[in-house]
Design a protein around this ligand. Structure first.
Ligand code: GRF
Length: 219
């Protein structure tokens, strides 16, 4: 499997797209999914260039072109559904989604967030973890639900907070781990091993996950 077979994944981005790249690389290396389109709300997102280099179709749905969030999302959903995805992967997509949009893709939309959820939902996670004196930090992949960064967590990567860390050094350490865990979660989903249960819990291999699967840096 790889480029031409497997689960159809549409990736939503707003920026650099390094997590997108990790997913592209995993698919190229034989993971059982393929990126069928990359959609950005930011016309200049470098992730669009990454997609083009790999021959992946791209689209821009610029939120500034729409009078309100619902009309933006109507166009976004149209751009997504053309590609008939089995999974929507948010990878640094910086728009808040309405409950209606979330409901449309519930159970088939994942996000990666740079903190050990439920800690530090929202923005500036690295700054906040440092300010709080955390000794460990990390990233989480979760199913997207209507609650911002509040959906059930599938897999996390943990990194140490080191003396002298700045938000930038900590972000870089976390990002390396993001690139490890996102392809794992998408692979599990593609293999049919991962579900969002009707009870709102994550199921892996038919069993509810009591706690998120955890990878430790270096492990
Ligand atoms: C990552 O830290 C991701 O977790 C967050 O935004 C950043 C995006 O990075 N949501 P990239 O665009 O994948 O390089």
């Amino acid at each position: 499997m790889g480029k031409s077979t497997g689960l159809r994944v549409v990736v939503l981005i707003s920026g650099s797209g390094t997590n997108l790249q990790a997913l592209i690389d995993a698919a190229s290396a034989g993971a059982p999914f393929r990126i069928v389109a990359v959609i950005s709300n930011e016309p200049d997102a470098f992730g669009l260039e990454r997609a083009r280099r790999c021959g992946i179709p791209t689209a821009v749905v610029n939120h500034r072109d729409y009078p309100d969030r619902p009309s933006f999302e109507t166009e976004l959903a149209r751009a997504i559904d053309i590609h008939d995805p089995g999974l929507l992967a948010l990878a640094g997509f910086m728009r808040i989604l309405t409950p209606a949009f979330v409901a449309r893709y519930l159970g088939r939309m994942l996000n990666i967030h740079p903190s050990l959820l439920p800690k530090y939902r929202g923005l500036h996670t690295h700054e906040r973890a440092l300010a709080a004196g955390e000794t460990e930090h990390g990233a989480s992949v979760h199913f997207v639900t209507a609650e911002l960064d509040g959906g059930p967590v599938i897999i996390q990567a943990v990194v140490p907070v080191l003396p002298g860390d700045t938000p930038q050094t900590l972000a870089a350490r976390v990002l390396v781990q993001e690139h490890r865990i996102y392809p794992v979660a998408v692979r599990w989903f593609a293999e049919g091993r991962l579900q969002l249960g009707t009870d709102g819990r994550v199921y892996l291999d038919g069993q509810p996950l009591e706690t998120a699967y955890r990878l430790t840096a270096g492990a």
